[in-house]
Design a protein around this ligand. Structure first.
Ligand code: M6R
Length: 615
């Protein structure tokens, strides 16, 4: 859960690494550091704080020259965020320097052994143990750096993406991965290393994504030397051509990535269904589903595993799939599923949802489901991510890079993919009439323009935010397809504004949460005009009788709720099962504006990171 960057080539490494760290800051931002080799010595600068703090420190501390270097932005696991625990870390001799994303689980035992052999440690990190283990192996053998790294990694239990170099051999960097992502950008006589491709996309479109248990020795003017860490097999590197561009990963005039990503949703949803929703032919085409149709149609049940916002998208999918396809669906937190000895077998289909494709709990849950014989289908956004490779088949969301820690376009595009899957399965299973199927396709195609219309409520959401920004608690209520939207609205608010918020099915309110309601409690209610509308109106009445403040998301033209609610935000009419794609938008905007007004760090909220690659 950290970002790593490295460079070796003909350019000044510092600007490449610094910019790379800025782009990877979403992965962790409690400390940052850089090590550069200037032809005679390693220059190190590191600090608690953000990449901007590092930049200030570098200009005070070192002359940042050199065409080889590594950099790190940290999300602390072992040891508090401070200057000493920041990466890079040196070995005791000062010859080796390392950066690491992941956790060495057996670091305490290894550290004890090394201390017995005379090693000293200045930090509390597991990473300093690893670099000294490599040094110790080198000292007691005539192994080159690459081999010593391999031997060390075979003694390590845990997860890692590392980059390490040796001052005695300053023309190479050794990298390796297990459980944490690592991409190598391949340029003309230069190589880039990064946790994802964003740090090097302006220099090269060619990337090699290391697989788990792979390592590479990167040398200038030499082909990449990739091998399997465990069995020493030579691997021929697959150079992938990347399709993302720089504009996609920059803010494009918005104050925050989150706002940019909220406003990208019309296009992101269109990109998700492009080439899959074929209106003229009246069909849905998804290769991953077509190729495995038998597995889906014969499934006893579908189990959806995910975390956070992706789990909420899974809940929406549960309602949609059961409604349209009539296959039982269960939705599980990946973190619970993986540890609770679940009953699962070869007749089950597991759908794993993850924006990043790197979430450790989801990845572990996938491995468990595979071991038990289930067919596992992935819904990921990041192309080439660990989950997209670990699953048997899958469908990308094609939302483009999501940088803001709070997921927005990932949620709506995940729901879009899952709706496409449900519709395709319903057609194949015959649980939907042709007319009904066609009606859903036509309506789904209009969603981007309806999302665009909903985004016009931005100014209204901002006005409402100004009224309630100082509230200490919020409730979010919704029913049916919009119950998960209530959960998602509450999650958005708490993660970026730090205001306590809870989401509930509206009818559950009377079983407890109603006790919380008084004149200080704002309650966001999704009260769109569908089956449960009258019931939700009754819930709103109940809240009003207890003086709660209602912020209602309603269907355009609604008058009944308007008469009783304190504020209403309208969304266009659509089919009930597609309504979460619209009702979630005002809630995203509300949480965004509250967080901005409270002066929170919207894109990098405290204690969080974009991809949670630790347990
Ligand atoms: O990358 P993933 O979709 O697997 O991430 C899962 C959660 O960590 C993520 O959705 C998290 O809850 C977001 N910060 C929510 O906005």
């Amino acid at each position: 859960m950290c970002g790593i960057v490295g460079y070796i080539g003909h350019r000044d490494a510092y600007p490449v690494i610094l910019k790379g760290l800025q782009r990877l800051e979403y992965r962790g931002y409690d400390s940052a550091g850089i090590a550069l080799y200037d032809g005679s010595e390693i220059k190190l600068s590191k600090t608690k704080g953000k990449v901007a703090d590092l930049e200030a420190k570098v200009s005070e501390q070192i002359n940042p020259v050199g065409s080889l270097g590594i950099g790190h932005t940290r999300w602390a696991t072992h040891g508090v965020p401070n200057d000493v625990n920041s990466h890079p870390h040196f070995s005791n001799s000062g010859d080796l320097v390392i950066i690491h994303n992941g956790i060495i689980e057996n670091y305490a035992t290894l550290k004890e052994e090394l201390i017995k052999r005379g090693y000293k440690f200045s930090s509390d990190t597991d990473t300093e143990v690893l670099v000294n283990l490599i040094e110790d192996i080198q000292k007691n053998s005539d192994l080159k750096l690459g081999k010593a790294v391999q031997v060390a990694l075979n003694q390590v239990v845990g997860a890692y993406a590392i980059a390490v170099f040796d001052i005695k051999k300053p023309n190479e960097i050794v990298v390796a991965r297990l459980g944490s992502p690592l991409a190598i950008g391949v340029g003309e006589n230069e190589f880039f290393i990064a946790s994802d491709a964003s740090p090097f996309i302006e220099y090269t479109n060619n990337a090699v994504y290391l697989e788990d248990e792979e390592m590479a020795v990167i040398r200038l003017h030499k082909p990449l030397n990739v091998r399997n860490i465990k069995d020493d097999r030579i691997v021929s590197p697959y150079v992938q051509e990347l399709k993302i561009n720089l504009e996609q990963i920059e803010k494009g005039g918005y104050d925050h990535f989150m706002l940019k990503e909220i406003f990208e949703q019309p296009n992101a949803i269109k990109d998700t269904y492009r080439g899959r929703l074929l209106i003229d032919e009246g069909i849905i085409k998804m290769a991953g589903v077509e190729d495995n149709m038998g597995k889906f149609l014969n499934a006893n049940r579908i189990i959806i595993i995910a975390c956070g916002t992706s789990w909420h998208a899974g809940l929406v999918a549960e309602y949609i799939i059961e409604d349209l396809v009539r296959i039982p669906v269960e939705v599980e937190y990946a973190s619970e599923f993986r540890y609770r000895n679940p009953v699962i077998n070869e007749n089950d289909v597991v759908i794993a949802i993850s924006q990043s494709g790197e979430t450790a709990d989801t990845l572990a849950a996938i491995k468990l489901a595979k071991e038990k014989g289930a067919f596992v289908f992935g819904v990921c956004n990041v192309v080439g991510s660990s989950i997209s490779r670990e699953t048997h088949a899958g469908a990308y969301t094609h939302a483009g890079p999501e940088i803001g820690v709070a997921s927005t376009k990932a949620f709506t595009t995940q729901i879009t993919v899952l709706t496409l899957i449900a519709l395709r399965l319903a057609k194949a299973k015959g649980t939907m009439s042709n007319t009904d199927f066609r009606r859903h396709l036509v309506e789904l195609e209009t969603i981007p323009e309806k999302v665009a219309a909903t985004l016009k409520s931005d100014a209204l959401a901002k006005e409402i935010a100004a009224i309630y920004k100082d509230a200490k608690n919020f409730l979010y209520l919704g029913r049916g397809f919009n119950f998960p939207v209530a959960l998602e609205g509450a999650l958005k608010l708490k993660e970026i504004s730090y205001i306590h918020a809870e989401g509930y099915p509206a009818a559950e309110m009377k079983h407890g949460p109603i006790a919380l309601i008084d004149e200080n409690m704002p309650i966001a209610v999704i009260a769109t005009k569908y089956g449960h509308y009258e019931k939700v109106v009754s819930n709103i009445q109940e809240i009003k009788s207890r003086k709660g403040k209602i912020i209602a998301v309603v269907t355009k033209g609604d008058t009944q709720v308007r008469d009783i609610a304190d504020h209403v935000i309208e969304v266009p009419e659509t089919l009930e099962l597609l309504s979460p794609l619209l009702t979630t938008i005002p809630l995203q905007l509300l949480s965004y504006h509250i967080a901005v007004m409270l002066d929170r760090n919207v894109d990098q909220p405290r204690n969080l990171a974009k991809s949670v690659t630790v347990e």
